[in-house]
Design a protein around this ligand. Sequence first.
Ligand code: GMT
Length: 376
Amino acid sequence: MKIAIVCYPTFGGSGVLATELGMSLSEHGHEVHFIAYELPVRLNKLNEKLFFHKVNVPDYPLFNFQPYELALSTKLVEVIKLHSIELMHVHYAIPHAYAAYMAKKMLEDQGIHVPIVTTLHGTDITLVGNHPFYKTAVNFSINKSDIVTCVSASLKRDTLEKFDINNEIELVPNFIDISKYILQQKRCIVENTESNKVPIITHVSNFRPVKNIKNVVLVFNNIQKEIPSKLLMIGEGPEKEMAEQLCKELSIENKVEFLGNSNQVEKNLCHSDLFLLPSNTESFGLAALEAMASKVAVISSDAGGLSEINIHGETGYLTKPDDIELMSKYATSILKDSSLLEKFKNKAFKMAKAFDINNIVPIYEKIYKRALNKLK
Ligand code: GMT
């Protein structure tokens, strides 16, 4: 199959997932064309099955806002015609599903029929998508997609509740490549020779307000009062400065490392014991799944789809996003008991295995076949 994938090229989960999917599809023999405003951060190879096409938006002084959707739909038409692409898979409804629909209509005008598969990822529905300034267009583009998928049961419920959907929404969860994590764990055992190593607590995100970063620091502050430990903060974003400042105010800056963005989180996660994710909303929580695949226990909020992967009392614990005391209590209880910690870690890993790429990519392939048949 020849597939165009539209995604955000950043470190956000939707872009990461779209990139991993495209790379895997190309390994399965499909020809994949990524279309984005920059090379996706996880796209670390290009070959005769894997292409990247940049969407350029010329700066025109008359416009207050440059029309990205226009440039994207034009690019889609151009690339689809040039490479005889059969299907568009757009990740994140805004504005990708909208631009794809315009491209589809322009192509239809030329006798070319290309279906759209839209994957909803989270904030395109739970935060920005249902803003009254966007809602009508987002609703329209979801309904006009040939197949719609979403990443968790919780996101499906949210979509049906917040929008007026007359399309079926299919659940296809996030995934990880478990073999990559198993390999890294083996390397880690060799590296982990320190006998007096303190427990490592990790957080990975794009440091947006929705991630509740302040609570990561406050929970860690409580933990380190009882257990000598270290916090790794991985990622970049608007709340990072606040978090650094808070660490200084709490005099824990020597126990917290801010590592910035990373393309190889598994290298840090494999040394970690506990993962903190107190998000206010989280449709799935790919970062938590990556931690679990690295054999890390998870303490997360119970927001959105997190309870679908983090099983309370088994792979970690769930609390309300702002229940700092309970999160701290759960964290210290696991870290103080090494056999309990080991049990949590193993269960987390076992759970992550169910979300292996080899179980999920074939689901997308079947969806693509159905989308193509729909237009025949
Ligand atoms: O979490 C983010 O801020 C990034 C965001 C995105 O749109 O790239 O991630 C969303 O999609 C991921 C992949 O499907 C999910 O694992 C994340 O849970 C979801 N984020 C939120 O719902 C906040």
